[in-house]
Ligand binder design. Structure first.
Ligand code: ADP
Length: 172
């Protein structure tokens, strides 16, 4: 069973095998986590992204990680929140499932996620947290080579919110 950890911090500093990027469908860069990852990792990541032909919402694709401590960046595209009736929950779950599948494919044993879709994409955090935690936990159970799943929250407030969601969620 994978260890599930919640921390506050900057995901670009994480020394795990793979960090997840909250990308957009073009994979050609954006703001938020995406901008931070490309800035910290250097141009190599974008050069690889250009060869991938974009990524559908809910899917994930890996590149190497340039200057980052991680070995891989797994780019996933979260749903834009448009009110909750357009499959946003399922797409958010799919991001976590696909990211862990891709991590297993490249041989990453540890993976760190940001709070996908909860920035510019506007997904309510209280609703995103249990979906992210539940889908990541399920996917990790299906891919036992992935033994550490860490969520890196960008503020102490977010960390508290996610801790609350974890406490309320089903025990493993
Ligand atoms: P999206 O477009 O999927 O909403 P954003 O990058 O705008 O993605 O935001 C996703 C989440 O990542 C937000 O909760 C934001 O506060 C957080 N975030 C932004 N920068 C970082 C970072 N360097 N490390 C970890 N989390 C970050």
């Amino acid at each position: 069973m994978a260890r599930l950890e919640l921390v506050a911090g900057d995901i670009t500093r994480e020394a795990v095998d793979a960090i997840v990027n909250a990308a957009n469908e073009s994979l050609l860069g954006g703001g938020g986590v995406d901008g931070a990852i490309h800035r910290a990792g250097g141009p190599e990541i974008l050069a690889e992204c250009r060869t991938l032909g974009g990524c559908a919402t809910g899917d994930a694709k890996a590149t190497t990680a340039g200057r980052l401590e991680a070995r891989w960046v797994i780019h996933t595209v979260g749903p834009v929140w448009v009110g909750g009736g357009a499959g946003e929950d399922d797409l958010l779950a799919s991001c976590h499932r696909r990211s862990i599948e891709v991590a297993a494919e490249v041989g990453a044993r540890s993976i760190a996620f940001p709070a996908i879709s909860t920035g510019v994409y506007g997904f309510p955090k209280e609703r995103a947290a249990p979906i992210a935690l539940g889908s990541a936990r399920e996917a990790a159970a299906d891919h036992p080579t992935v033994d550490l799943v860490r969520f890196v929250l960008f503020s102490d407030t977010d960390l508290r919110l996610w801790r609350g969601a974890l406490e309320r969620s089903d025990p493993p």
